[in-house]
Design a protein around this ligand. Structure first.
Ligand SMILES: CC(C)(COP(=O)(O)OP(=O)(O)OC[C@H]1O[C@@H](n2cnc3c(N)ncnc32)[C@H](O)[C@@H]1OP(=O)(O)O)[C@@H](O)C(=O)NCCC(=O)NCCS
Length: 186
């Protein structure tokens, strides 16, 4: 398996993986292992790549088996949920710093094909993206929906992210987590 920063020519394969596990199109039996919510478009992923170099993928041959998205808060701010999180950054402190849009970025979603879950791809792709984003930001911020226990276990227990607070938005309950990007997770 190889890991790389995605190029524009990878977008169609990323969207194929994405819609296999997106809430509106995921198979019913796969829902218990988590799903991704946002219905990303080709245009949004184009911007993620060209403006942020923020799409990271794992390839087996031609097939994309995992992706991580990560970008500045500016990129995410078109979605109201992120606008809400941005407004709240000033109330959070980590690594002796008050969080803001300069010292932190938003990691996620992450999606791994079920054929390779539990095989270490999680740790490898997380570290691959962490290392690259660490050149721009000291602090990773993310959130996990409380109805996604697999993702919570993966991020809290296996990768070592820390819960900084819990919050509610649109009747959903979330953990907000942080990570020091200078720290290798492997
Ligand atoms: C979330 C995701 C990235 C995690 O990657 P993964 O390869 O499945 O993670 P792992 O299997 O290494 O780790 C998950 C851990 O949670 C455990 N787990 C699985 N289901 C669980 C559940 N319902 N409750 C508690 N723990 C659970 C697993 O056993 C594993 O622990 P172990 O390795 O000690 O056995 C992946 O499952 C995925 O892409 N899911 C669909 C999309 C998604 O939910 N993305 C996250 C939201 S943005």
């Amino acid at each position: 398996m190889t890991f790389k920063v995605a190029e524009l020519s990878d977008i169609d394969k990323v969207l194929e993986l994405h819609y296999k596990y997106q809430v509106d199109s995921i198979a019913e039996e796969d829902k218990k292992d988590g799903f991704v919510t946002t219905p990303f478009t080709k245009e949004q992923l184009t911007e993620l790549i060209t403006k942020e170099q923020g799409l990271f993928i794992a390839l087996e041959g031609e097939k994309v088996l995992a992706y991580v998205m990560a970008a500045s808060w500016r990129f995410w701010s078109i979605w109201p949920m992120f606008e809400h999180m941005i407004k709240d950054l000033k109330n959070l402190t980590y690594l002796n710093q008050t969080l803001n849009v300069e010292n932190s970025y938003q990691y996620g979603p992450i999606c791994i094909d079920k054929s390779v879950r539990g095989s270490g791809v999680l740790e490898k792709i997380f570290d691959f993206s962490r290392e690259r984003m660490s050149k721009r930001f000291p602090i990773l911020v993310t959130f996990v929906n409380k109805i996604n226990p697999r993702s919570y276990e993966a991020h809290k227990r296996k990768l070592g992210l820390e819960v900084i607070q819990e919050f509610e938005y649109n009747n959903n309950h979330y953990y907000e987590l942080v990570y020091d990007t200078s720290k290798r997770s492997l």
